[in-house]
Design a protein around this ligand. Structure first.
Ligand SMILES: O=C([O-])CC(=O)C(=O)O
Ligand SMILES: [Mg+2]
Length: 389
């Protein structure tokens, strides 16, 4: 097995929505095809990768550093002892001559390549990725389906409370039980009206089915003011409250807020996640870790994150990755995570699951196509095919 060519593209995943920190009017991402020399049914087996939303494309790092190393490596450096593609070995090749620290855009680029390598490895083995992950990295007994919640509730120009309620009703109609909305982009009293409109108008008064996401906007005073107002509502979680690297802020909020906290989508390495556990006051009996493998050096690094969590007494069930993509859906099923995010309708064409995926009672199965199964997302697959056809 040899990787004969690598093809990088940059595509928009933009929309007019806004969270408390950024709008998505110019959001884009990198896409990648790794073409192998293995031919099945007259076509080469190809692994695909992309980065999820929130960080912009990292195409230059892929093109200028990571992929040249991958393509120049002797075949044996990418293979395991049985001659099969070993994504973790290829990962080490890509990161040769890179210093530690300084995670960020590099971790996005590696995340894209790591995803494509895992897609390719599972396709070469002829199995869906969750099965490959479970057999190679897990206990061989993957979960049949995965908890998913519907994320949305963004701020948008002209969006009314009724529009917000309609959006949340659509999520419930699509099979989700738990929904998420943005806060922190409006004054507290206005956010509370938005929250109450969803809890009372959509969720039959049950706040435990609503998560709220600040996208790192609050200083400590505002974080605590909101915490006091939110606690009686019994929310599913209070997310990314302050700057992602302000572990002390997170710890103080955790001391003052009894309900679950979720964070980690802007932590890009095992070391960052470990610092969150060491200094962030996160509580293993109730809080959630949202590190997104597609943004943070891929599944190879994510396994290190899971190992650190385990050493700190955390269950993998407390991990619900950010990003709403099909890659993390397989990882969640293969490694017994607590769930995965979903954005019905946003961040197309990359976001979401295969076209035939059915969410029932907030659970969805990763599907049985070989690899990640992006071939089952028709619009996205036509874009990916265009990279190398
Ligand atoms: O608005 C965003 O950047 C996405 C986000 O935080 C999430 O999905 O949790
Ligand atoms: Mg978030």
């Amino acid at each position: 097995m040899k990787i004969v060519s690598a093809h990088v593209g940059t595509i928009p995943i933009s929309s007019p929505i806004r969270n408390a920190y950024i709008d998505f009017s110019s959001m884009d991402c990198s896409i990648l095809a790794l073409v192998s020399d293995v031919i099945v049914d007259g076509r080469p087996v190809v692994g695909y990768g992309f980065n999820s939303n929130g960080r912009y494309n990292a195409s230059a790092i892929l093109e200028q550093r990571l992929l040249p190393r991958l393509l120049a490596a002797p075949e044996a450096e990418l293979l395991d002892d049985d001659g099969a593609l070993a994504p973790e070995r290829a990962w080490r090749v890509m990161l040769r001559n890179e210093k530690p620290g300084g995670h960020g855009e590099r971790s996005v680029a590696v995340g894209v390549a790591d995803m494509a390598l895992h897609d390719l490895a599972a396709k070469l083995a002829g199995v869906p990725l969750y099965r490959w992950i479970s057999d190679h990295y897990g206990d061989g007994k993957p979960d049949a389906d995965v908890f998913v919640y519907a994320a949305g509730g963004y701020y948008a120009p002209g969006k009314t409370l009724t529009d917000l309620q309609d959006e949340m009703h659509r999520f419930l109609d699509a099979g989700y039980r738990v929904v998420k909305m943005k806060i922190g982009g409006a004054p507290l009293d206005e956010d509370l009206r938005r929250i109450e409109a969803v809890i009372d108008g959509v969720l039959d008064g049950d706040g435990s089915r609503l998560a709220v996401d600040v996208n790192g906007r609050f200083d400590l005073d505002t974080a605590l003011e909101y915490a006091r107002a939110l606690e009686p509502l019994g929310l599913f979680w209070y997310e990314e409250i302050g700057d992602p690297l302000d572990y002390a802020l997170n710890a103080v909020v955790a001391e003052n807020y009894r309900r679950p906290i979720a964070t980690g989508e802007n932590l890009f390495s095992m070391q960052d996640a470990r610092n969150l556990l060491r200094y962030g006051g996160m509580r293993p009996d109730r809080d959630y870790i949202q590190v997104d493998p597609a943004l943070s050096y891929g599944l190879t690094e994510y396994r290190r994150v899971l190992d650190v969590l385990d050493r700190h007494g955390w269950s993998s069930r407390r991990c619900i990755p950010h990003g709403g993509h099909q890659f993390s859906l397989h990882i969640a099923a293969g490694l017994h995570l607590g769930g995965n995010e979903s954005y019905p309708g946003e961040f197309q064409p990359t976001g979401g699951f295969t076209d035939d995926a059915q969410v029932v009672d907030s659970r969805v199965a990763p599907g049985e196509l070989p690899g990640i199964g992006l071939e089952g997302k028709a619009e996205f697959y036509s874009v990916l095919r265009g990279l190398h056809a």
